[in-house]
Design a protein around this ligand. Sequence first.
Ligand SMILES: [Zn+2]
Length: 753
Amino acid sequence: MRRKNHPAILTVWLILGVFLAAPLGFAGFGATPAKEAVIVINSGYRLVIDSEKGTIASLRSTFGPDHDLLIQGHARLPLFKIEFMNDHAEFKTVTSSQAKEVTVKRSRDAEGETITIEFEEIGGLPVDAHVTVRCPSRQPLTYWTMELNNRTSMWIGHIQFPVVEVPFDNSENHNHSHILSSFGDGTETAPVDPTLETAAWGGRLSDTPELWRFNNYPGQWVSTQLMAYYNDAGGLYVACDDPKGLPKFLAPVPESEGVLMGLGHYPGTRGPGESKLGYNVVLGTFQGDWYAAAEIYRDWASKQPFCATKMGQRTDIPKWIADSPPAISFPMRGQGDWDPPAAENPEYTPLTNALPYLDKWASALESPLLPIIFNWEHGGPWVQPDAYPPVGGEAAFREFMVKAKARGWHPMIYGDGLCWVTSQKNTHYDGMPYFREHDGENAVCRKWDGTFLEDVWPWRTNYVTCVGTEKGRQMLLNMTRGMAELGPDVVQQFDQGPGPRACYATNHGHPPVPGPWMAEAFDGLIKADVATARAVNPTVAMSCEGAPPETHLQNFQIWDSRFHLTPLYSYLYHEYANGFLGFYTNRVNDEALRLSVARALVNGYFINFTLRDKGRVEYDWDQTWDRAVPDQAAFIDWTKRITHFRAGVARDYLVYGRMLRPWKVSGVTERDFGWGKEPLVQSATWKAQDGRVGVVLLNYADLPETPRVELEGAGSKALVIHNGDQKKEKELELPGVLDIVMEPRSIYLIEVR
Ligand SMILES: [Zn+2]
């Protein structure tokens, strides 16, 4: 479970950065190019390459008003930066601007134009780079890749390529821009200014050398390889087309004049020898909002192996997931993650005590449940691997599982991903003796200085397990086996995102820098993890925290969403697997609680909530129980109707469907519950696998609303309008509008057949 507090390790990296930052030379500043620039123009963009420096001088969108997407004077930024590491873990950064010789050439064939750029003897080192930019004439996209001839004996730590910086909005450029990134289930931020939040959990990234030494994709909260920058005049599309999901750093990073669309690569090789990127960075232009960029990306992604099988055809996904059982979490001890003294809650400990409370919920909701057992670990909440026997005893735990499953429920427990927890403040757990006795040292990632990679939370500390070590693999697989043996239907081992963390150890048998070895090791680990759990229970579903990295989509059957307001992941991948949503959704009062349920539903998730004392629903997980108690009856009524709606009339859309760019819904009141203004009627547009289109509308407010829905398409169409259990049919000439009078707390589906 990701907590709001940032690991203190980030702070450590930032401080180190002050001492370790190598000066980034910008040779050749300010010189007027003597050679004519290379310009490629097609229907979507105008790209200018500075022939003197081999850098990107300009990239303009030619959709609508002609408009530069990059900062002024962009040619002075290097095209790439390379950080090398020697055998003494000393780093050296060179940039394309420090090449002794730069040669830019262009060629043309039937497909379009290709620019090649040669950089020789970069930064005084025997290192040459060969960059290729393919510019197909029929697409608004360009494809960038590079090869390095590294004749030093140094390792390549990372490569930033290409360096692309977009401007801040200001009064001069009249831009009102947005940046899309793939943190969690998708994030859109605006305005683009120095206060732009760019870190996964709020806050800002800082462009230090250390930032780039750790991948954030796959699984460190970045779920896809897409980013975008856009405003009314056009958009910049930034993506990688790597179907293998190799480690990368992909994030917007604020600079002094604008925002770097940060692209870090980890070839994991040393010299002397040649290295290739192995995929393209795709830069291009588009017109519209983030859906337009996501549409381009979806076109590519849907043809990749990780999109081979849709949910309806996946034999690994248990059928009960389509029945949308509400996911109900409750803590066996403590009230959240962080509150001491983590006393046992008699309602839920021993675990069989939870059954009468859950029986009441199942009967009130008229639905099977997905009970989520929190804070069950022996050593304290989230303590792994010293987790067994579970709180309240193993016998009661197993008895609960048997009885829950006999009721048609699907209980779930959590592990702690790659974390080897060494202390837990709430229970005064000291994990160091266990760590030493179990040879933990041989499982842990090292930083370049040889120290352990550690996450430091205010209430716990953990070392990070290296996926390239046998000891690390064993720790994780043993934890999963133990969980599966307790008898749940769902195991979430990959808490805090599924993905490998960088390791610089020199004695783990992998290269001492991040690289493709991490993807290969993680792929093996995740497959072994599924096999381990399924050896105990062949139908167990595997879950993870946050949207699964796209390339692991087919390795997870369900997930625990970390959603904010941008349904990027649903738009790209919903038809392949479903997640549930509810944790950390800013439930500050009853209306916001119903909003979180409505948001989940329209965006394709099933719902999740948390119990407090006496089996009552609380507003949010990880809050102590001194808050007001929500209106239980009202919540039950709303949740019951929504669950039946999703599993019933809306199933073809919200379970198995593909999300469409939303048809316009206007005339709705907006209110701010803390995440900015949101409409009181939540809505989305979906396409069933058979081609029918459905618009889902939920008025979660206490007052009526009258949304106007603009139905797209052409010709006379039969509409079926579902209002709760009632159904009306109607003919309408499309395109057309439909005004709907929505009672408070009502649920509509408009089907276009
Ligand atoms: Zn390692």
